[in-house]
Design a protein around this ligand. Structure first.
Ligand code: UDP
Ligand code: MG
Length: 343
């Protein structure tokens, strides 16, 4: 679009990246809330863009966004060729967002757009990453809250990266962070962990997580589980080390049983015990081995998917985006040439 070509050097002050998967019911309200937000942010003076990533929606989401983008050139759209998932959609938006500050937020209004003001205040204080921490999740089921709480604690224990508890992907990043993040092209993406990993000055803002504005969660339990496993395997090899522990444990158990049997046999303490102890030892050893084989499989599968080096998503539609920024994003895909990409 001519708008983009003529002014490639002027980047918006604020980019908002929004992954969208079947959110037709929410889009009109989202549009209203976004425009109200941008109007209320005095510090950006109308210099903003919103990058919607249509993650292969099957409902009217794509058409509705297209219609909005016709009258608002600052609404930009990347359309995927199929559903690649929430994390891939976030990645695409971050790849193409041009702003000095980039905010990632969900389309369902669970991340209240008004919190962006608080995030910008933190940037003014000198922070590079401002993540939203959920104070209250009253709108979500007890099961979701409990499993989420467990997961965040588990990943904290298992990794060395300081992944903030109870923070989702709702966060603001300044451009240097965005450029650093673009260099990480791993297949199984746990974006909130990757943002923690790149470092910079990070801080939190607290907000109440509201109920979904409309529709159902697009994260059924199966997807949540995969996501949790991606998070752990991306940042920890601790599960692999479990083999050593299990080995030591069963070794120690074998020694104890051996000592016991020695006394039983040579002190003639009773009949030779057989069946029960052998069965316990065999089944313990057998299940430990299967568990470890499974864990090995998880990691080997990931190595396999990584070495294929497939693109993380395929975009087949673009609206209002600046092609120059795309070329930079594409060249970056080849390697971590982050500095050279800054224009
Ligand atoms: N989403 C997506 N692709 C998917 C699933 C979800 O782009 O495959 C988007 C969805 O439209 C929403 C965000 O990711 O904007 C978060 O999804 P959702 O609200 O369903 O997750 P929850 O808040 O229940 O964890
Ligand atoms: Mg949601």
């Amino acid at each position: 679009m001519v708008f983009g070509l003529q002014t490639p050097m002027i980047r918006p002050k604020l980019s908002v990246v929004i992954p969208v998967f079947n959110e037709a019911e929410t889009i009109p309200e989202l549009d209203r809330r976004l425009k109200a937000l941008f109007a209320s942010l005095a510090s950006i003076a109308g210099s903003w863009e919103t990058v919607f990533v249509d993650d292969g929606s099957l409902d009217a989401s794509g058409d509705m966004l297209g219609a909005l983008a016709e009258t608002e050139p600052r609404y930009k759209i990347i359309g995927f060729s199929r559903n690649f998932g929430h994390q891939a959609a976030i990645t695409a938006g971050i790849d193409r967002a041009e702003g000095d500050a980039v905010v990632v937020m969900d389309a369902d209004l669970q991340d209240p757009p008004e919190v962006v003001q608080l995030m910008l205040d933190k940037v003014a204080e000198g922070f590079d990453v401002v993540y939203g921490v959920r104070k209250r999740r009253q709108a979500e089921t007890v099961f979701k809250r409990a499993t989420a709480a467990m997961f965040y604690r588990l990943i904290r224990v298992m990794t060395r990266v300081e992944i903030p508890a109870d923070a989702g992907d709702f966060r603001l990043m300044t451009r240097p962070v965005v450029l650093a993040l673009r260099a990480l092209r791993e297949q199984h993406r746990f974006v909130r962990g990757m943002v923690a990993w790149v470092g910079f000055r990070q801080t939190a803002v607290y907000y109440d997580r509201e109920a979904r504005f409309a529709g159902e969660t697009k994260y059924p339990l199966r997807k949540m589980l995969r996501f949790a496993i991606d998070g752990i395997t991306s940042f920890s090899v601790l599960p692999l080390r479990m083999a050593t522990w299990l080995g030591l444990l069963s070794g120690a158990a074998a020694v104890l049983v051996g000592v016991w049997l020695f006394f039983v046999k040579f002190l003639h303490l009773g009949a030779v015990p057989g069946w029960a102890s052998i069965m316990v030892a065999v089944t313990f050893g057998f299940s430990a081995q299967l568990v470890m084989t499974g864990i090995l499989g998880e990691y080997i599968g990931r190595i396999y998917e990584e070495i294929k080096r497939r693109p993380l998503y395929i975009a087949n539609r673009e609206t209002n985006l600046d092609p120059i920024e795309r070329d930079h994003a594409l060249s970056r895909r080849a390697g971590p040439d982050v500095d050279g990409a800054q224009h």
